[in-house]
Design a protein around this ligand. Structure first.
Ligand code: HEC
Length: 257
């Protein structure tokens, strides 16, 4: 099993060099195509990022105390996420065969995006309340929790972080994730933005697992930045993070059937 460990291709166009290198060294002899493990994991991570970006772009609107109905229904958020996904990946989810594993999982995820948004309409539309704590990280966690019930035991998506940065206990890395964060993603020579993937038994079942690193941007630091320990707007102590630090990892698990 471990012989098939490979490095998933990096997706960030800015790091085309790393992309080429990682593809050259990729050991993925058994399958290649839209339904393969690497593309499936990447597509799920890309769609999660797209959906999170929709909440991020609408954050000021969501936090506006003078505005009631924001018009941000599940379908609206999904449509905007699909547009972003199409732009970033060049693929229209509608073109994916819904009967394929990729199609099934993408649909489960898109349903989860709608569900997590619709379930929070009262919060999003609350008048007279400014900051509502409906932020991208919370939204992503709710989408992933809903995805887990839709995708049954076929796949899991989680957003985690280096252990000392984790706020919500539910998002703590498991032992394998911790090891990858410490031994790979945090290493000085790890190519920036490059995902790590491996086949590894998880919960007693063979699985393909992918960890896609993300780094703090300036916009994250009002909550995750300095001074370390100071309470942020959400009530959590700031982590003292700096722009460019490894701040998040999208962790995708695809169980073998
Ligand atoms: C408004 C404050 C705020 C901003 C801005 C913010 N976060 Fe967070 N972040 C939080 C809170 C609160 C949680 C806990 C969410 C929950 O309950 O699951 C969180 C959770 C996370 C998590 C999940 C792991 C954990 O700690 O529970 C990651 C990863 C993360 N944030 C990364 C980022 C990144 C990267 C950015 C910038 C792109 C960012 N955050 C911007 C407040 C913020």
């Amino acid at each position: 099993m471990s012989e098939r460990i490979n490095r998933a291709c990096s997706f960030n166009r800015l790091f085309l060099g790393a992309f080429l290198v990682s593809c050259l060294f990729s050991v993925e002899p058994l399958q290649a195509g839209p339904d393969d493990d690497a593309n499936t994991a990447k597509s799920l991570a890309d769609m999660l990022r797209a959906a999170r970006q929709v909440i991020s772009s609408n954050q000021t609107r969501i936090n506006d105390p003078n505005l009631g109905d924001k018009g941000l229904t599940g379908q609206v958020v999904l449509q905007q996420a699909v547009e972003i996904f199409k732009k970033t990946t060049g693929t229209d989810p509608a073109s994916i065969d819904p009967a394929s594993r990729l199609g099934r999982l993408m649909h489960a995820q898109m349903d989860a995006i709608v569900e997590a948004t619709d379930a929070n309409q009262a919060t999003i539309n609350a008048k007279g309340v400014g900051f509502k704590a409906f932020i991208p990280a919370v939204f992503a966690r709710l989408v992933n929790e809903s995805f887990e019930s839709h995708a049954k035991s076929e796949a899991q998506i989680k957003v985690t972080a280096p252990e000392q940065l984790v706020r919500n206990r539910k998002s703590r890395p498991d032992p394998w994730e911790s090891e990858v964060i410490r031994g790979k993603l945090l290493q000085a020579d790890w190519p920036r933005g490059q995902a790590y993937a491996a086949e590894v038994d998880t919960k007693g079942r063979p699985a393909y697992r992918m960890m896609m690193p993300e780094y703090y941007a300036g916009s994250c630091l009002s909550c995750h930045g300095s001074p370390k320990g100071e309470t942020d707007i959400t009530g959590y102590p700031k982590e003292g993070g700096k722009e460019g630090d490894l701040g998040a990892i999208i962790s995708v698990t695809l169980f073998k059937q």
